[in-house]
Design a binder for this molecule. Structure first.
Ligand code: OAD
Length: 239
């Protein structure tokens, strides 16, 4: 893998870079992933916890799950993978975009800026009645489901299955993917669309694709370089 790492390192010296991250980048911060060994969806059903229908039928159950995950994320610290991406942005500010599917905020805590957040933010609460959004970092929340000051039930500010991605974030992500010269997919199973489609967009518009993952993914065929291993170990070696 040494020669691949060296090749990717060289490819980062010029041109536009997109880092596209998934739950795997936070695995070494002890935040569980959704799929793969120890993945959340092995023991919990996405249909019962991460859809608008689940929330309408049992908001308290859905909130208990999010409240539990907020606790895990609160206790977590950014790992060397998050820190390496923030350092890469510091060195290449004009030509670097970080696009994440994660809602945990660990990239921002590591110092990354202008993060494109495709799936929302676990610290945001959104009123289902008046639409007001607020940041709330209380763990655990004292009332489940939490209520807005208008009396409406608040929901987590994240994207659920069957929902649209935030238009502005998706547009930024697509534009970045289309203009990237190097596109690095880090710690994502690349099965959840439309986000996962960015890898193909990048490839078709001429980017050199790098996949960083300890396990195979369905987009491995698109990659010029595959770096098999944990992001927290590989990313620091790239910069
Ligand atoms: P997944 O949980 O589907 O995939 C995590 C990936 O990270 C897997 O491919 C693992 O092999 C890999 N992985 C595990 N440990 C790693 C490490 N130390 N370094 C690098 N990679 C590692 O997570 P996502 O692809 O992010 O959706 O999932 C996509 C979406 O599905 C999530 O955003 C979430 C989920 O349902 C929403 O919340 C809408």
């Amino acid at each position: 893998m040494e020669s691949e790492i060296e090749a990717v390192r060289r490819s980062l010296l010029t041109g536009r870079i997109v880092a596209f991250t998934g739950a795997g980048i936070s695995a070494e911060s002890n935040v569980p992933t959704f799929r793969g060994a120890g993945g959340l969806w092995r023991n919990y059903s996405p249909e019962r916890l991460a859809t608008p229908e689940a929330f309408s039928s049992d908001p308290r159950l859905v909130w208990e799950w999010y409240d539990w995950r907020r606790g895990i994320v609160r206790a977590a610290q950014p790992n060397p993978g998050h820190l390496a991406l923030s350092e890469l942005q510091r060195r290449t500010p004009e030509r670097f975009t970080l696009v994440t599917q994660n809602t945990d905020g660990l990239h921002e805590r590591a110092g990354s800026q202008d993060v494109v957040k495709l799936h929302g933010d676990i610290w945001l609460l959104q009123c289902t009645r008046c639409g007001r959004e607020e940041r709330n970092e209380q763990v655990p929340l004292n009332l489940l489901p939490p209520l807005c000051r208008c009396g409406g039930i608040q929901r987590p500010g994240v994207v659920w299955f069957g929902e649209m991605l935030p238009e502005d974030q998706w547009e930024r992500a697509r534009r970045a993917a289309r203009t990237a010269e190097v596109f690095i997919a880090i710690g994502t199973s690349a099965v959840v669309h439309p986000a996962a489609g960015l890898v193909l967009v990048a490839r078709l518009t001429g980017a050199r694709v790098v996949i960083m993952n300890p396990d195979p993914t369905p987009v491995d065929d698109l990659a010029e370089w595959i770096l098999r291993g944990p992001a927290g170990e590989i990313l620091p070696r790239l910069i």
